[in-house]
Design a protein around this ligand. Structure first.
Ligand code: FAD
Ligand code: MG
Length: 330
């Protein structure tokens, strides 16, 4: 299901932009210093390739093949897929499994965002939890991937959009673009800077407002990825309880902590994407500690009591623009 609206604003001073629905999200790419529509077409083709290889909704994607062969045999996959799984395993290790790409059986059980969303029984959850273990993902020579046990499954929903943003960035740079915004749902990449030379200002959405235009603050960046994960976009409610799509791989339930949203600043969007999911699960205290350990990663946590917790290096680029939110020290 892809709706492409075509390119807009050719021949004006407005950016050349194209949008469409891909990787399960609304994608928009804006070029500020080029009127070459072919570059945008190439970028969208690349995203389509990534989707075709990594989607679980496509029966013959490499990822579906890996999952269907779990416990049976290794599957040879495209190098894109092999690379993203390798990175996913690295982030699982770095985060001690807070980010775990083998979360698929639990994600499927909850079905959040699908027609089958429901609260599973504890027994169902405990059975599926036995299948979650990134150490049982074997990366073999010849781009082959093997899941050691039947019933295991990979889900790259927490990392593949970041990879997509990085790949689009590469294509834009190869084609001489120096000023662009790549927006894949919660993943935004500010390529270069504004035409004036000033940094991009990327707004962080207010998780407590239904109005998408309401912000808590801005990040002034150039050549950086800004990824946000939150509990306020994909969830359902039952008997007054909110069930969102970021799963604590230790419990099998949606991560239940004081975090409402987490924004990660990084050079590469694949890092920011995986880490945003990990930091959400880890919560403020462990997440901030991990962020300080990893070079080049900065974060803004928004908690349910409307406090902001920042990593040390973000002070220079973050501006709090909403007085409802208070910068706090953990
Ligand atoms: P993130 O926090 O970045 O990721 C959350 C997602 O990661 C969850 O939805 C789950 O998939 C997974 N996850 C949950 N907990 C963990 C954990 N502890 N560790 C690791 N991963 C975890 N959506 C559709 O509705 N229809 C589609 O056809 C569709 N196709 C897609 C195809 C591809 C290739 C990809 C990558 C995604 C697709 N999606 C689709 C998913 C959709 O885009 C998701 O909303 C998105 O991947 C979640 O990203 P996020 O930024 O909202 O949250
Ligand atoms: Mg993520």
């Amino acid at each position: 299901m892809v709706i492409l609206s075509g390119c807009t604003n050719k021949g004006t001073n407005e950016p050349l932009s194209k949008d469409g629905f891909m990787l399960g999200t609304f994608v928009k790419i804006k070029l500020y210093d080029s009127k070459n529509e072919e570059i945008l077409d190439k970028a969208f083709e690349r995203l389509r390739e990534i989707e075709n290889r990594m989607s679980l909704n496509i029966v013959d994607s490499d990822l579906s093949k890996i999952n269907n062969s779990a416990g049976i045999k290794p599957v040879e996959v495209h190098e894109d897929v092999y690379y993203v799984i390798k990175k996913a395993k690295e982030f699982a290790e770095i985060s001690s499994g807070a980010f775990d790409p083998t979360i698929e059986p639990i994600v499927k059980l909850w079905g959040i965002g699908t027609a089958n969303e429901r609260v599973p029984s504890e027994e169902e959850i405990n059975n599926k939890l036995k299948k979650i273990d990134y150490n049982k993902v074997q990366l073999l020579e010849g781009n082959r991937v093997f899941l050691e046990e039947s019933g295991m499954g990979l889900d790259l929903g927490g990392i593949a959009k970041g990879y997509g943003a990085d790949e689009v960035q590469k294509i834009l740079i190869e084609n001489g673009v120096k000023s662009a915004i790549i927006d894949l749902g919660g993943n935004v990449f500010g390529l270069g800077s504004r035409l004036s030379g000033e940094p991009w200002k990327i707004a962080i959405q207010n998780p407590f407002s239904d109005n998408r235009g309401s912000h808590i603050g801005t990040l002034a960046i150039h050549d950086m990825s800004v990824v946000t994960s939150g509990d306020y976009e994909r969830y359902f409610e039952e008997e007054g309880v909110k069930y969102h799509h970021i799963i604590d791989s230790k419990t099998g339930y949606p991560a239940n902590n004081n975090v409402s949203g987490i924004t990660v600043l990084s050079r590469y969007s694949i890092d920011g994407d995986a880490l945003s999911t990990a930091f959400y699960v880890l919560g403020v205290s462990d997440g901030l500690a991990l962020a300080e350990e990893i070079e080049g990663i900065e974060v803004v946590y928004i908690t349910k009591d409307k406090k902001l917790y920042l990593s040390s290096g973000i002070i220079n680029v973050f501006e709090n623009t909403n007085e409802e939110f208070e910068i706090s020290i953990p």
